[in-house]
Design a protein around this ligand. Structure first.
Ligand code: NAD
Length: 482
């Protein structure tokens, strides 16, 4: 391997940037540690203004030729890219687990295959983009989806490869070139992704990776004057900062942000399925944006359901995420652990009562017990703010109006889950909860053609299917007199 590299989980990974088809090192470095055991995985190049300038220039230079290929010309290259990801599922999964502590089995069977799907799905979809027209009495309106130009893609650490390819897929398929800024707490799989794209024939400059700290590399990219799109997934607080940069240059920005999603269980639900799904919210130590963390249970089944959840949660084994029996791995970083522990401490001080958990788990420095808080009033911090850890709250309700009010009583609106056997009731509640996605009798089932995103403080815009292309293209109408 050219340049600087590390070996993690037996895999060689470049620690340099990938700019204009070359590995480029910076003098300044940042250290990367595994949350599993605190081991030092390596030091990576930390980019700043110079690297952002070089990467955007490389992307700009590569743009005309990539755009000119058209969806058909890009298809075989992107398919090969997806195949390359599939061929390295085990490597990518193992590296992701070392880097961010997510469950190895989940990465092998779901997360990394989904990354490949992200690339191939949008490559296929792009074929359907152009060519439709709207006939009117005087003219024919030919609608075109032209690539926007250079897109900056910024992602968080909880699923870096999956979330990055969710942006890279449609951006490249639509004919844009991209600069990826991976998360500094889990930067490794995005570096591998660049090698896989290169081997698949993605031309130099079409996909660039600038490693580094958000406030430095990320800041330089979002403030760069020659960027046409900013796509961000991360926290609401960071989105507010990036949004100011986007506003200054009127650069369209999409934002997939945090959540505090309700999980509603009606008395007529399949309580066993609902209880298993509640316990599943502890997976990956609750570091899942979509997690239904506010459990709301109809009063008449509250006690029965609590016992079922207690039983299901007892199987949520805390441990090494490489072990197939583990369900709850580590929190990502000591700073994040302190944040989660701070929420729990303040919840106790506010009068919330842990029905279980509430402490560091007896496994390692960054492991936290699956926790359920009762005695919740809606205005408590623990019921309002995103914890991003294995911490759930428990509330009850007596009427549908009451639970809808509770569900909508946060600044977030990312997702919601609802269990009921009464279809009409479920549809009524689901349609009145403000959120981008509502799951009824299921959780985390995703079709890439469906819209995905958040309402209120959970985001701006939608990704998925045609919505991704609305964002990554300049839609043009050529109106021709008949
Ligand atoms: P974060 O906002 O701290 O960081 C996200 C990314 O932004 C990182 O790559 C970081 O380096 C970069 N960044 C930070 N400051 C920046 C700046 N000033 N300019 C440019 N880039 C900057 O978020 P996080 O802690 O990494 O991730 C957790 C958050 O992400 C949670 O709120 C979670 O809910 C959310 N999330 C949302 C989704 C979704 O699809 N809605 C998916 C996963 C995670």
């Amino acid at each position: 391997m050219n340049g600087n590299s590390v070996k993690v989980a037996g895999v060689d990974i470049s620690t340099d940037h990938w700019i204009g088809g070359k590995r480029v090192a910076s003098k300044q470095k940042f250290a990367n540690f595994s949350p599993i055991d605190g081991s030092h995985l390596g030091d990576l190049s930390a980019g700043g203004k110079a690297e952002a300038d070089a990467a955007v220039a490389a992307a700009r230079k590569a743009f005309p030729a990539w755009a000119a290929l058209g969806p058909k010309g890009r298809l075989p290259i992107l398919k090969k890219f997806a195949e390359g990801i599939k061929a390295r599922v085990n490597d990518l999964a193992a590296v992701e687990t070392m880097d961010n502590g997510s469950l190895l089995m989940g990465n092998v069977h779901r997360v990394v295959p989904r990354a490949a799907q992200n690339i191939e799905f949008f490559a296929d979809w792009a074929l359907t983009l152009d060519g439709h027209s709207i006939d009117s009495p005087e003219v024919v309106n030919h609608v075109r989806y032209d690539p926007a130009g250079v897109a900056v893609l910024i992602t968080p650490w909880n699923a870096p490869l999956m979330l990055t390819t969710w942006k890279v897929g449609p951006a490249l398929a639509a004919g844009n070139t991209v600069v990826v800024k991976p998360p500094e707490w889990a930067p490794l799989t995005c570096s591998l992704m660049a090698d896989i794209a290169h081997a698949a024939g993605v031309p130099a400059g079409v996909l660039n990776v600038v490693q580094g700290i958000g406030e430095e590399a990320g800041d330089a990219l979002v403030n760069h004057p020659d960027v046409d799109r900013i796509s961000f997934t991360g926290s609401t607080d960071t989105a507010k900062i990036i949004g100011q940069a986007a506003a200054r240059s009127i650069t369209p920005m999409s934002a997939e942000l945090g959540g505090k999603s309700p999980f509603i269980v009606c008395a007529d639900a399949d309580l066993d399925a609902a209880a298993q799904t509640v316990a599943g919210q502890y997976m990956n130590a609750g570091q899942v944006c979509l997690a239904g963390t506010r459990i709301m249970v109809e009063k008449k089944i509250e006690e029965e359901f609590l016992e079922k959840v207690r039983g299901a949660a007892s199987h949520m084994i805390v441990g090494d995420p490489r072990d197939k029996d583990t369900r709850v791995g580590p929190l990502i970083h000591k700073e994040h652990f302190a944040r989660v522990a701070g929420f729990v401490e303040r919840a106790r001080a506010d009068g919330a009562v842990p029905l279980w958990g509430g402490n560091r788990a007896n496994f390692g420095e960054l492991y936290f017990e699956p926790t359920l808080f009762a005695n919740i009033t809606p205005e408590l911090e623990i019921a309002q703010r995103e914890v991003f850890g294995p911490v759930l709250t428990w509330q009850n309700f007596s009427s549908d109006d009451e639970v809808i009010e509770l569900a909508n009583n946060t600044r977030y609106g990312l997702a919601g889950t609802l269990f009921s056997r009464n279809e009409k009731r479920a549809m009524d509640i689901a349609s009145r909860v403000t959120a981008g996605t509502l799951w009824v009798n299921c959780f985390f089932v995703r079709d890439l053609a469906a819209p995905f995103g958040g309402a209120k403080d959970s985001g701006i815009g939608r990704e998925g299917g045609t919505w991704s292309f609305d964002f990554y293209t300049d839609i043009k109408n050529i109106s021709v007199r008949k």
